[in-house]
Write a protein that binds this ligand. Structure first.
Ligand code: E4P
Length: 215
């Protein structure tokens, strides 16, 4: 499974990139606003750090505007893909942008039928929001499984990005399903590294080592 980081914070991106496990980055307008910079500036900076795909969201609500914005974002750096929120205008824009070789990540996916339509329009990625479905009393990971089954039935090339990940359990559940990508916040990535028994084991080895080694 590919691991993306879901942030626009450069320090977090640099750190996780140094771990050797990072395949890409997703941003959204809220994440970029937190950093106090504009989208083109920030995605350009991210593209200098990470080789893999970087999602940058276009804000137009009509297909024409999305296409124009999408072309500009994609022109910033070759690995930038255009993130568009699921709606009819996005389907139209996805068809045009994908036919020009520009990758589109259709975001805010909350149903399998939305994912099916996005894939048919030529989306390179769809992003089902696991955590936000959990927030309304559903089991968000089920949606990831449903979408993957449909894409497999029809051999769609569209990759599924499990988004709105809230904890390591989400990551493992979608990984067990064989999900293509999980986009994971920094705090969850840190949680995935640690285990109290690992920390305890390290401390014990250090203590035992120092009993018989001078340096
Ligand atoms: C997806 O690409 C979004 O940036 C993100 O995963 C949204 O997550 P949230 O529900 O925690 O805001």
């Amino acid at each position: 499974m590919k691991i993306f980081i879901d942030t626009a914070n450069l320090d977090m991106i640099k750190e996780v990139n140094s771990w050797g496990i990072l395949d890409g980055v997703t941003t959204n307008p809220s994440l970029i606003a937190k950093e106090g910079v504009d989208t083109p500036t920030r995605v350009k900076e991210i593209a200098k750090i990470v080789d893999g795909p970087i999602s940058a969201e276009a804000m137009s609500l009509d297909a024409e505007g999305m296409i124009a914005e999408g072309r500009k974002l994609a022109a910033i750096y070759p690995n930038i893909n255009v993130k568009l929120p699921m709606c009819i205008e996005t389907l139209k824009a996805t068809k045009v942008l994908s036919s020009e070789g520009i990758d589109v990540n259709v975001t805010l996916i909350f149903s399998a039928q939305q994912a099916l339509l996005a894939a048919k329009a030529g989306a390179r990625y769809v992003s089902p929001f696991v955590g936000r479905l959990d927030d309304i009393g559903l089991h968000g990971c089920d949606l990831v499984g449903d979408i993957m089954q449909i894409f497999m039935n029809y051999d769609f090339d569209t990759e599924v990005i499990a988004a709105s990940i809230r904890g390591p359990a989400h990551v493992i559940e979608v990984a067990e399903m064989g999900c293509d990508i999980a986009t994971i916040p920094y705090n969850v990535l840190k949680m995935m590294v640690s285990h109290p028994k690992t920390d305890e084991g390290i401390q014990k080895f250090i203590a035992d080592y120092s009993k018989v080694n001078k340096n």
